[in-house]
Every structure is written in C-alpha cells, then in structure tokens.
Design a protein around this ligand. Structure first.
Ligand SMILES: Nc1nc2c(c(=O)[nH]1)N[C@H]1C(S)=C(S)[C@@H](COP(=O)(O)OP(=O)(O)OC[C@H]3O[C@@H](n4cnc5c(=O)[nH]c(N)nc54)[C@H](O)[C@@H]3O)O[C@H]1N2
Ligand SMILES: Nc1nc2c(c(=O)[nH]1)N[C@H]1C(S)=C(S)[C@@H](COP(=O)(O)OP(=O)(O)OC[C@H]3O[C@@H](n4cnc5c(=O)[nH]c(N)nc54)[C@H](O)[C@@H]3O)O[C@H]1N2
Ligand code: SF4
Ligand SMILES: [Mo]
Length: 700
C-alpha cells in the first residue's frame, strides 16, 4: 500500500548534532511521516527513533498558536501587534532608565543558523548589547575553548566518515547509542568490521560490549586518565617525534609533567586498573589511524576544558590529527549548537569566533549594520542570572531554551527569572520558563522553516519546510526581523537566504556559503569563495600563530564535589534514548509510551544497603536541593554512583545541581554531584515500560 502524500520535502533532523537528512512527507497540510534521505552524508539512509517518529509534537494540540501576554497573574491571547508593542515599550523604558546592558538574550541551538544570526544581530544592533549567549554554554563550550587553544578552530577536525577509516577509536565520556544513535550505529557496524574500540565511562555503555577495553574511571577523573595514557605513550616510545618537531610547540613541558602519572598512580585516582590503562595506551598509539570521540562526560566538569586540551595533547603526540581516519570528533549535542556559536550568538564573539574586543572586526559589523557597539564582551548565561538577582539585569529575551528546567541550580534560575521586570519567551510550547514570561511568542518548529543547521562535523545542511506553522504562529526568522524593525533596526532581509549571504559577506572562513551551494549534500566550513569546503582540518597547518599546534601543560585537579559521610554517593546526570533535553517535544510524541518517567539507576549493592528494590521511591538530597523519584536497580552503574536524566519537569533534577562550573567557560559541573539516597515509599510501577512499543509510533 502506498500512502498518497501531497508533497515530500528533503530537510535536516531538528534533534541532535548528527544531522540526519530526512524526507518529510505531507498529507492534509501536515507532516505525517518521515523517512531517511538515502543520500544524507551523515546518516546514509538511516535515522533513529527520534528523527523518524518523534515529529508528532509538531501537530500537538499544545502547540502555541497565538501570542500571549501576562494579565492579572495569568496569560491571555493577544494580537501580534499588541505583543510586539509590549516588547518595544518595555525594552524602550528599560534602555532609557538603565541602558541597553540591562537587557540580555539567549539564542536557540534548536533553531537555524539564520535565526541565530538574526537573534545576535537583534541584541547587538537593535537593543545595543553584547549580552547574548546560547546553550552551548552548558554543553560543549569547553570543547570550543580547548580546540581553539590547541589547534585554532572550534570544530571537529574531521568527519563521521573518519570512523570507518580508523583502526582504533577512543570514546571518552560519550554515549552515542543513546545521544547520537545514528553515529552509534555506524560505530557498531565499524566495530563488527574490525574497528577497535576503547570506551572510558563510569557506566558500562552499550558500545563497551562492542569494544576491546572499557575503562570505568571515576566521574571527574578524565584528566588523570588522559595524563596516564600520555605517560605510557611517552615512556614506551610511541610518540611521533617528526610530527611533534615539525608541527607543534610546547612538547617538552608535557614530557616533564606526565612523569607523575604512572599507571599505578593513575589507578589510585581513577579506579582504572593499571594494566588496562597500559593496554589502552598501546592500542591507541600503535594504530596507524586513531580517532577520539567525546561528549559531556568530558566537558560538564570543573576542569572540562582542560580535559579536552589533554585529549588534543594525546592526538598531537601520536600525529592523529589532520589525516583521514585520524579525527577528533566531539559529538556536539543539539541539531544546531555548533551553528548557533559559529554565528556569533555568544557574548564575546561575532561569526567564526572573532572577538568583539577586536576593533577592526567590531567596526566592520558597525558599518554593515549602521550602529555603534562596545568593545567589551557581554554576559554569559550564569552571569545573566546573577545580575538579574542583583537587580542589574532587568529584561531577557529567551528564544527556544527552557532554562528553568535545563540550567543548573533550578532554584537560582527561577529566582532570577522572577527578579526580572520583563521576560519574552519565543518557543513552540509553553514550558517551565514561559511560566515567568510577560510575553510569549508562538514560533515555528524545524518542520515549518527554511534555513540551515550545522552538524557536529561542521557541515551546513538545508532545512526546508514541510508544513506551515500552526494558527497564527510565525517562523522564528519572521518574528526576529519583525521585532527588530519594531525596535527601530531594519535588518533588510527578505528571506533566510539573504541572511546567509550576509554571513558569507562578513566572514572570510564562510565566504563561499550560500543556500544554493549548500544544496543536497551540505558544505563543511571553512568554505572558500569558490565554494570549496573542508572535510578535514589542519592537513598542512594549524590555525594558530606560525601554523603550529599547542601542547597544554595541565595537571589533574580534583572535581568540585566529592562524597562524604552525609552525601555518600556520586550522582551523574545525562540523557535517555527516548527523550530529548527538556522533553518538551518528545514528551508530546509516542516516545512517552516507551518511557513515561524518570528513575534513579543504582547498583544492587547500594540498593541492598538501603533496603531498596526496583520501583521504590527515594529522596535524593544534594548540598543544593532535594528531589524524589523511583529507583531502577541495575549493574550498568558502578557501586558508589547513581544516575538519572533531566527530561521530566516534575522530577526537577537540576534542583540538585550547584553553581560549580568549568573554570574557563562556566559550563556547569552536571556530572559530579554528591548525594544521599533514602527510601520514602514504594511506587506502583517503575516508569520504564516493560513492552517494546515502537510499532505503535508509526503514524504515517
Ligand atoms: N536521546 C537523546 N539524545 C540526545 C539528547 C537527549 O537529551 N536525548 N541530547 C543531545 C545533547 S544536547 C547532547 S549535548 C548530547 C549529549 O550526548 P553525550 O555527550 O553522550 O552525553 P551524556 O549522555 O550526558 O554523557 C555521556 C557519558 O558521560 C559519562 N560520564 C559522566 N561523567 C564522566 C566522567 O567523569 N568521565 C567519563 N569518561 N565519562 C563520564 C556518562 O556516564 C555518560 O554515559 O546528546 C544529544 N542527543
Ligand atoms: N542535569 C543535567 N542538565 C542538563 C544536561 C545534563 O547533562 N544534565 N545537559 C545540558 C545540555 S548539554 C543542554 S544542550 C541543555 C539543553 O537545554 P535546552 O536548550 O533548554 O533544551 P531543549 O529541550 O533542547 O530546547 C529548549 C526549547 O526549545 C524549543 N524549541 C525547539 N525547536 C524550536 C524552534 O525551532 N524554535 C523555537 N522558538 N523554539 C524551539 C523547545 O520547545 C524547548 O522548549 O540542557 C542541559 N541540562
Ligand atoms: S541520530 Fe540525531 S539527527 Fe539522526 S535522526 Fe536521530 S536525533 Fe535526528
Ligand atoms: Mo547539549
């Protein structure tokens, strides 16, 4: 049986940074089914259960379909004119009384490059402040910082295709079969064909079963592990001295530093048996082509950015960078978190990470936009919340981010949002954050807009609409350009393609980008004026002075929190296959039947010590706050540790997370929280659904 679709549009998945190319099939004016595009360079004809099935959210009755404004403690529907007038009035008053820096904005890493560029322009040119940030702050900002320090550019050095070309892959603090399932599947396939895998994770992730060596290091000890690997590589003469001499600086000091990290010493810190560390170092360094993949298990730590620099060290000393099959692949999280940062939705940089402190750069944007701007960076997200509580920040414009659920220290975030005089939220659903809004603007989902996303391989791919936004909702592009015009700054774009043309004009490394050139298969930046793109970075030179990469000399330091008598277990937070971040989208699809609530994973020994069985409800208490949820007793997790996700607003996981954050980038230490776990009662049923219900999701 064939379904009579009205139309099929090829687009790019709006969930994760893999960037699968999809065919969206339309009937009755709506996207009713999705299938993989066979020529997608990242997915090669595959998708995961989110990309393929989790599009019902777009048709959900809960979608925002008209603007809403606050009135006598609640919300009422409003016209676009009234909603926008409230924004211009409030922003105008605050600017007049307190200056433009009393206003801040957040761009959405779920939205397109064009939307994010328009958002940073709105804040910089229409409002007049560099107070603009995006959620890469709480995700891979340490990766960006470290790659720029060590190699020069903020992006993966190669492509997913390098996975199949590698002999060995080291996966550290990343769980691709859950977070990036299509890449997870590619790794599995490659492993079955001979790719050797080393996994490093306190939990035994699924890919450990496909690998040769699993290193179950304690949370927060990655740096010690990486220094230990470097110790063995150097001690056993496995370095590439020609590469080090020709292309790098600073190696001698690293040789000196790693002497203190002999395998026995590293075992004492990390819990990883010395013999396993030795084997892993040899496997990685003896391979002709080795990749490293990492994720939040590396970045969301007090010294996350330093750990990424130590990954770069390891690749440099073995010459595993700048060649096919030898790539550093940070698995960036959201569909466009690479792009939102590339586009300058950051308080300190314009497009391509060029600093606002650089007079020539800022002048060029001043001329283009006809405004004047400061040469000092604006506030990062945590500084915005602190400033709101201190009374210095009066208004925020939050575009596609649910900070009241996903940012750390929920009590602090909600206090900050309450402290604001005025909050605008632009989203596709009401969420925990919109509860604090004064104006809510109804936007479009990725299935209803035109533009581009940049995936974790630096690849820009087209997004094309399969349907119209519901009701009087508008595309993010239309909303942002209209608000900017109302604030007195005409951006002058007719379509998102015009935005891309400006990005290319203003950014030498993106000079050859245009929607037309991006076409069906995408382009990986840098893109030269003639359209040549760059699947592999640094083949000849690094993008640092003299073209040389930089070794970092960074000793191991302890994580910000540690277990003690009162808080004897370490909580690691992360994600689950069925749900996505704040869950606002996946909770409104059939995925809710696959997983309807959160549970705390606990090892059988720790459960027995507390008299806990599957489904028992516990109170989890940290130095910061307390939540309640049922337990799942499992050997997936090591004794002494517990794990839960943050996809369900009723659980409020982030009440437990404190203010501790990466020293260089303020990325929260989501991965190490000392907690006490005590029984409070017995639940009727553990939330994980017993049956396999996936077929029920096939609506198309
Ligand atoms: N299904 C689904 N997919 C998603 C998302 C989602 O919510 N749901 N979110 C997207 C986003 S925004 C992101 S950023 C990515 C994240 O994807 P990943 O980077 O894979 O993120 P996590 O699963 O949070 O953490 C990865 C692993 O780090 C481990 N870990 C924790 N602490 C340490 C440590 O100190 N050392 C080591 N070596 N490992 C540690 C955890 O046990 C976990 O298995 O996923 C994206 N994809
Ligand atoms: N405890 C704990 N907390 C974490 C993490 C963790 O590992 N542990 N991980 C952190 C990480 S890595 C991340 S990236 C953050 C993610 O945190 P968020 O960015 O807050 O989460 P998302 O669910 O990705 O998306 C936010 C909002 O975007 C809206 N949205 C989606 N598409 C569009 C669109 O096209 N237009 C508009 N206007 N809105 C849209 C959704 O409805 C949703 O409300 O969470 C962080 N929080
Ligand atoms: S792997 Fe990521 S990009 Fe691909 S379909 Fe799944 S969520 Fe979408
Ligand atoms: Mo993320």
């Amino acid at each position: 049986m064939t379904t009579p679709f009205e139309k099929t549009t090829t687009t790019t998945c709006g969930y994760c940074g893999v960037g699968c190319r999809l065919e969206a099939h339309r009937a009755d004016g709506r996207v009713v089914s999705i299938s993989p595009a066979m020529d997608g360079p990242a997915n090669k004809g595959h998708t995961c259960l989110k990309g393929r099935f989790a599009h019902q959210f777009a048709r959900s009755r809960d979608r925002l379909t008209a603007p809403m404004v606050r009135e006598s403690g609640g919300f009422r529907l409003a016209s676009w004119e009234e909603a926008i007038a409230r924004i211009t009035e409030a922003f105008g008053k605050i600017k007049a009384e307190h200056g433009p820096d009393a206003i801040a904005g957040l761009a959405s890493s779920r939205a397109t490059n064009e939307d994010c560029y328009a958002m940073q322009r709105l804040m910089r040119a229409a409002v007049g402040t560099h107070n603009i940030d995006n959620c890469s702050r709480v995700c891979h900002s340490p990766t960006s910082f470290a790659l720029r320090r060590s190699f020069g550019l903020s992006g993966a050095t190669g492509s997913f295709d390098d996975i199949e070309q590698a002999e060995v892959a080291l996966l550290i603090g990343v769980n691709p079969t859950q977070g990036h399932p299509v890449v997870g599947a590619r790794i599995k396939q490659a492993a079955l064909k001979g790719l050797k895998l080393i996994t490093a994770d306190p939990r035994r992730i699924e890919l450990a079963d496909y690998g040769q060596i699993h290193l179950a290091n304690r949370p927060g000890t990655n740096s010690a592990l990486l220094l230990g690997l470097a110790h063995v590589v150097i001690r056993d003469g496995l370095t590439d001295q020609d590469f080090i001499a020709a292309r790098t600086d600073g190696y001698e000091a690293v040789e000196e530093l790693v002497r203190a990290y002999a395998p026995q010493q590293v075992e004492a810190i990390t819990g990883v048996p010395a013999a396993d560390l030795e084997r892993a170092a040899h496997m990685y360094a003896e391979a002709d082509r080795a990749c490293v993949l990492w994720g939040l298990g590396v970045t969301e730590h007090l010294y996350g950015s330093e750990a990424v620099q130590l990954i770069c060290n390891l690749a440099l000393m073995t010459a595993n960078v700048g060649r096919p099959g030898a790539a550093l692949l940070p698995l960036r999280g959201q569909n466009n978190v690479q792009g939102s940062s590339d586009m300058g939705a950051l308080p300190d940089t314009f497009t391509d990470y060029r600093p606002v402190t650089d007079d020539a750069i800022t002048s060029s944007f001043e001329q283009r936009w006809g405004v004047e701007m400061k040469r000092e960076p604006g506030m990062k997200i945590p500084q915005m919340f602190d400033a709101a509580i201190a009374g210095d920040l009066k208004a925020m414009y939050i575009f596609g981010e649910d900070v009241a659920q996903t940012d750390p220290d929920t009590a602090h975030v909600t206090k900050a949002l309450e402290s604001l005089d005025f909050l605008v939220c632009q989203d596709i659903f009401e969420n925990e954050t919109t509860k604090f809004a004064d104006v809510i603007l109804p936007a479009s989902s990725f299935l209803e807009k035109t533009g581009t996303f940049t995936n974790a391989e630096r690849r820009l791919q087209l997004v094309e609409p399969g349907a119209e936004p519901p009701g009087s909702a508008k595309t993010d592009f239309e909303i942002l350009t209209t608000v900017s015009r109302a604030l007195g700054h005409e951006m002058g774009y007719e379509t998102p393609s015009d935005v891309m043309d400006e990005i290319a004009e203003m950014t030498p490394r993106y000079a050859g980008l245009s929607h037309e050139r991006i076409g069906r298969t995408g382009l990986q930046w840098p893109v030269a004026a003639d359209g040549t793109d760059t699947p592999i970075l640094y083949e000849d030179e690094f993008e640092l002075p003299g073209g040389r990469a930089h070794f970092a000399v960074l000793p191991y330091k302890e994580p910000g929190d540690s277990a003690d008598d009162e808080f004897p277990l370490i909580l690691v937070t992360g994600r689950r296959l069925e749900h996505y971040n704040a869950g606002n989208m996946t909770r409104r699809t059939g995925n809710i039947e696959l997983l309807s609530g959160e549970s705390l994973e606990i090892h059988p020994d720790d459960a027995a010590a507390r008299g806990l069985g599957d489904g028992d409800v516990v109170a989890v208490r940290s130095r910061q706050g307390q939540i309640e949820l049922p337990v799942e007793v499992t050997e997936r997790i090591e004794p002494g540790h517990v794990f839960c996700a943050f996809h369900f607003p009723e659980v409020r996981t982030n009440l437990l997370i404190g203010q501790s954050a990466d020293i260089n980038t303020s990325c929260p230490e989501y991965k190490v929280v000392a907690v006490a776990v005590d029984p409070v009662g017995r639940a009727a049923q553990a939330p994980r659904a017993a049956e396999e219900t996936e077929p029920a999701l096939q609506t198309g």
